[in-house]
Design a protein around this ligand. Structure first.
Ligand SMILES: *Cc1c(COP(=O)(O)O)cnc(C)c1O
Length: 378
C-alpha cells in the first residue's frame, strides 16, 4: 500500500476544458480568466475578485494595495505557511507573530497582548479550514483601526456564523495551488466587497498596465486615435501576477465540483474521526466539525510524533507536519517573540493523508495502523 498525503482531483472535465483553450490558441490571460472570476464572485458572493497566479501573489497585493508606510507592523499567526508572513516582508513591513490557541487558530488573548500602536493590519489564517474566532477578532480590530486580510488558502469559503470565510475582513485571499481544496495548478484569487480597496489590482497584477486607461490617455495624445489601439499607460509599479486561461479553464471545472468535493472531504474526516475515537494517545488536533466546515487537512496529535511518522512511513503512509512555527524559521529570527504554544503543540502534530481519491479501504488501513501503533508504543 502506498498512500499519498495530498493529490489533486482532476478528470476528463478539466482535460476537456484545457483542450478547448488549446484549440483557441489563446492560453494567456483572456476570457477564461474573466469567466472564472465571474463564477467565483457568484460562488463566494463578493462584488470584486481578481484571479492571480498564486495565493502568495494575492497576499502580496492585498497588503500592497492597502498602502502602509515602511516598517509599520502586521500581526500574523506563527502557525501558518511562509506566505502569510513573507507578504509582510515583500511590502517592507514588519511581522508580529501571534501565538495559537488550542484550536490551532490565532489566540485572541495573545493577539491583544502583541498589539502595539504601530500595528496597521492583521492577517488571519483559518488553519486547516478551521475558522478563526472572527466574532472576537474583527470587532476588536475595527476598534483599533486595523485592516484585516483573511488568508483563506485552507478554506473553500465555508459559512461561519452565517457569513462566508474570506468576506469578514477587508480582503480575502484564496489559493488554488495543486494541493489545496480547489486547484488550477498554481493560482489564487483576491476578493473584496469594498469597491475602492481592489481598484488597482488589474494593473498591479499585470506589470502596471491597465488596458482601460488607454482611452483616457487618448484625450491628451491628440493624434490619430485609430492608430493608437495598442496604447497603454503605466501609472504605477505592477507585478506579473495574472492568472492565464489554461489555469482558469481548470478552475472553472473545479468550481463546478465544489459541492461534491465538500461532501467527499466531509465523509473522509467523519470516517477518520469514527475510526480513531477509541484511541487514547492519538486524537484529532481539534474538534473537527465537517458537517459545517470544509477542511483542507486532517491532523492528529500524538506525544510520540517522530516514532509515529516513521511507523506510518514503513506502512506506506505519507504524513506531513503543518507547520514549523514561523518564529522558529531562520528568515524570521529578527522577529522572534514568545509563541510557546505553537512551538509546543507542533511537536506532537501530524498531518494524515486527505485527498478526494482516498478510498474507504485506505482510510480503514490508516486507522488500523494507528491502532497498532498505540497498542505497541503506549
Ligand atoms: C498554500 C498557502 C498559501 C500560498 O498559496 P500559493 O498559491 O501556494 O502561493 C498561503 N497561505 C497559506 C496558509 C497556505 O497554505
Amino acid at each position: 500500500m502506498k498512500i499519498r498525503l495530498f493529490k489533486p482531483s482532476l478528470d476528463n472535465k478539466e482535460l476537456g476544458a484545457v483542450k478547448k483553450v488549446f484549440n483557441k490558441s489563446w492560453i494567456g490571460m483572456g476570457n477564461e480568466v474573466n469567466t472564472f472570476e465571474n463564477n467565483w464572485k457568484k460562488y463566494l458572493g463578493c462584488k470584486h475578485a481578481y484571479a492571480l497566479n498564486s495565493g502568495t501573489a494575492a497576499l502580496h497585493l492585498a497588503l500592497k494595495t492597502l498602502n502602509f508606510k515602511k516598517n509599520q507592523k502586521v500581526l500574523v499567526p506563527s502557525l501558518t505557511f511562509a506566505s502569510s508572513a513573507t507578504c509582510i516582508l515583500y511590502n517592507q513591513l514588519k511581522p508580529v507573530f501571534v501565538d495559537t490557541n488550542q484550536n490551532y487558530t490565532m489566540c485572541f488573548d495573545d493577539l491583544k497582548k502583541k498589539y502595539t500602536k504601530d500595528c496597521v493590519a492583521i492577517i488571519i489564517v483559518h488553519y486547516a479550514g478551521n475558522p478563526a474566532e472572527l466574532e472576537k477578532i474583527i470587532p476588536w480590530a475595527r476598534k483599533k483601526k486595523l485592516k484585516v486580510i483573511e488568508d483563506c488558502a485552507h478554506t473553500d469559503g465555508s459559512y461561519y456564523k452565517g457569513k462566508r470565510l474570506g468576506l469578514w475582513g477587508d480582503i480575502g485571499c484564496f489559493s488554488f495551488e495543486e494541493k489545496k481544496i480547489l486547484t488550477t495548478g498554481d493560482g489564487g484569487m483576491i476578493c473584496s466587497n469594498n469597491k475602492n480597496v481592489l481598484k488597482n489590482i488589474k494593473s498591479e497584477r499585470w506589470v502596471g498596465i491597465d488596458k482601460n486607461n488607454w482611452k483616457s490617455a487618448l484625450n491628451y495624445l491628440k493624434k490619430n486615435k485609430d492608430a493608437y489601439h495598442w496604447f497603454y499607460e503605466i501609472n504605477h509599479l505592477g507585478y506579473k501576477y495574472n492568472m492565464n486561461d489554461l489555469s482558469a479553464s481548470i478552475g472553472i471545472e473545479q468550481l463546478k465540483k465544489i459541492k461534491k468535493f465538500r461532501i467527499k472531504r466531509r465523509n473522509i474526516i467523519n470516517r477518520y474521526k469514527n475510526g480513531i475515537k477509541s484511541l487514547k494517545n492519538i486524537k484529532p488536533i481539534f474538534n473537527y466539525n465537517p458537517n459545517k466546515y470544509t477542511y483542507w487537512l486532517f491532523a492528529i496529535s500524538c506525544e510520540r510524533r517522530d516514532e509515529l511518522i516513521i511507523f506510518l512511513k514503513s506502512k506506506g503512509i505519507a504524513t506531513g507536519c503543518h507547520y514549523t512555527p514561523l518564529t522558529s524559521q531562520p528568515l524570521f529570527k529578527k522577529y522572534k517573540n514568545n509563541c510557546n504554544t505553537s512551538e509546543k503543540i507542533m511537536n506532537k502534530t501530524i498531518t494524515l493523508p486527505l485527498h478526494l481519491d482516498l478510498s474507504d479501504r485506505e482510510i480503514d488501513y490508516i486507522v488500523a495502523q494507528l491502532k497498532k501503533f498505540e497498542k505497541t508504543y503506549f
